[in-house]
Design a protein around this ligand. Structure first.
Ligand code: ATP
Ligand code: MG
Length: 425
């Protein structure tokens, strides 16, 4: 016997019994994108590897260790996208849709990172993200943060908190980087190998080290806020002020840095204490240089990416996933002669927006009722020999209530849609 082939580690099947909550989350996200005037973009899942190397950065964990990269027909290096901002920027430049114009864009879909799989961390996962191109001021930063708030609100997810920071422009960050490097070099002996390695290439990443010993050293490290140019300081102050005026709670975390090189200025993260170790739900920030760096006209930009597996889990745990079962009707046909008639009635109900599950396959009434119950339907319609005599006495259908203690009732077929509208909508 051959071994049964299993899915690739860290890549999940989303099964029919768990898909309802995904649909609910996806439709809320689409709706919110629409409400704020964002338009969807769909880019390919494969891109040239160079796009990610040059956008996310050669020295980042994502590009160094996590990408699924292969040589296409032995020639061009391609990678499965680990995130979608680089692709969005590429597409916008390629099609000229951010050239001298402002754009609000969203995307949703699978991303791929070869990380160690664990709860909340997978090798294929999904992100919903938004990007706004062409606005430089802090008002759009606030809008992007509001979209996050709106998502938690509409999905009734509680306990997600916001941290913000700023990384300055490339110039001020460079000055800060040098100051941080020289500070950390005085503590070289106490740093772990990973941090020592980052010290030359990406010292800011040391700031979000999870190691307590490293965090203890960092208590006295210089702050980025001291290195900002006046205009950058104003932007950050403006953001904080607007958040306060809008009653959006936040904390400033001067150690918040992102694992992608393209960020400049405002960065933020939404996190929860309800998912265990993988507590970041949504992260984003400004990337004012990326469009120009990729060959477009200088265009300020800001966005976020949200981990959908983590969001879906929060929605599922908090019990707010409305099942779409309320208006399910299960159609039972006990007599073979009722079959055609049952089909016609089912279509009439579907014409009126109902979800009708036909039994199919015959069998005894008791067995069919058991299936009806398992389906989650709210009522079963029973079509028997007597029920389908159109010209006879009984052009009725029997309604059996599956979720309420109400006696079975006979409803004339002609009144059925109206009856459903009044009773189970
Ligand atoms: P983390 O610190 O959890 O590794 P990150 O900084 O790598 O996150 P981003 O690249 O900013 O994350 O991605 C935005 C969001 O996408 C994260 O906040 C998280 O919710 C989600 N995410 C990132 N990587 C994964 C993954 N491997 N599996 C599931 N969700 C993920
Ligand atoms: Mg990561």
């Amino acid at each position: 016997m051959t071994d049964r082939i299993q899915a690739v580690r860290g890549m999940n099947d989303l099964l029919p019994d768990e898909i309802d909550v995904w649909h609910q989350v996806e439709s809320v996200l689409r709706e919110i994108g629409w409400q704020y005037g964002y338009q969807e973009i769909r880019t390919p899942m494969l891109e040239k590897t160079a796009l990610f190397q040059q956008s996310i950065g050669d020295q980042t964990d994502i590009v160094e260790k996590e990408m699924y990269t292969f040589a296409d027909a032995g020639k061009e290096s391609l990678s499965l996208r680990p995130e979608a901002t680089a692709s969005t920027v590429r597409a916008c430049i390629q099609h000229g849709i951010v050239h001298n114009q402002q754009r609000r864009i969203w995307y949703m879909g699978p991303m791929f990172r070869r990380e160690r799989p664990q709860k909340g961390r997978y090798r294929q996962f999904h992100q919903f993200g938004i990007e706004a191109f062409g606005w430089a001021g802090p008002d759009i930063d606030v809008e992007i943060i509001r979209v996050g708030e709106r998502i938690w609100k509409n999905l009734k997810v509680k306990g997600i908190t916001l941290q913000i920071n700023t990384l300055g422009s490339n110039k001020s960050r460079q000055a800060y980087r040098i100051a941080l490097q020289s500070f950390l070099k005085n503590h070289l002996g106490q740093l772990d190998d990973d941090s020592v390695r980052r010290l030359e290439n990406n010292p800011l990443r040391i700031l979000d080290s999870k190691r307590p010993e490293t965090q203890a050293i960092l208590v006295n490290a210089p702050h980025i806020l001291e290195y900002l140019e006046p205009s950058e300081k104003n932007h950050f102050d403006g953001l904080c002020e607007s958040l306060e005026n809008s009653a959006i709670g936040y904390t400033i975390n001067s150690k918040l840095v992102r694992g992608l090189d393209y960020y400049t200025g405002t960065v933020f993260e939404w996190s929860t204490d309800q998912l265990g170790a993988q507590n970041a739900v949504c992260a984003g920030g400004r990337y004012d240089s990326l469009v120009e760096q990729r060959g477009g006209k200088p265009t300020p930009a800001i966005g976020f990416a949200m981990g959908m597996e983590r969001l879906v889990e929060l929605v599922a745990n908090q019990g707010n996933n409305e099942r779409h079962q309320r208006n399910v009707i299960y159609l039972i046909d006990v007599a073979e002669s009722a079959n055609v008639r049952a089909g016609i009635i089912a279509e009439q109900l579907r014409d009126n927006g109902y979800r009708v599950i036909s039994h199919c396959g015959g069998g005894k009434l008791k067995a069919q009722l058991k299936r009806a119950d398992q389906s989650g339907a709210v009522i079963a319609l029973i079509m028997g020999q007597d029920e389908c005599q159109v010209d006879g006495l009984a052009n009725v259908v029997q309604v059996k209530h599956l979720r309420a203690k109400i006696d079975q009732q006979a409803i004339p077929v002609d009144d059925l849609v109206a009856w459903c509208n009044d009773n189970i909508r």
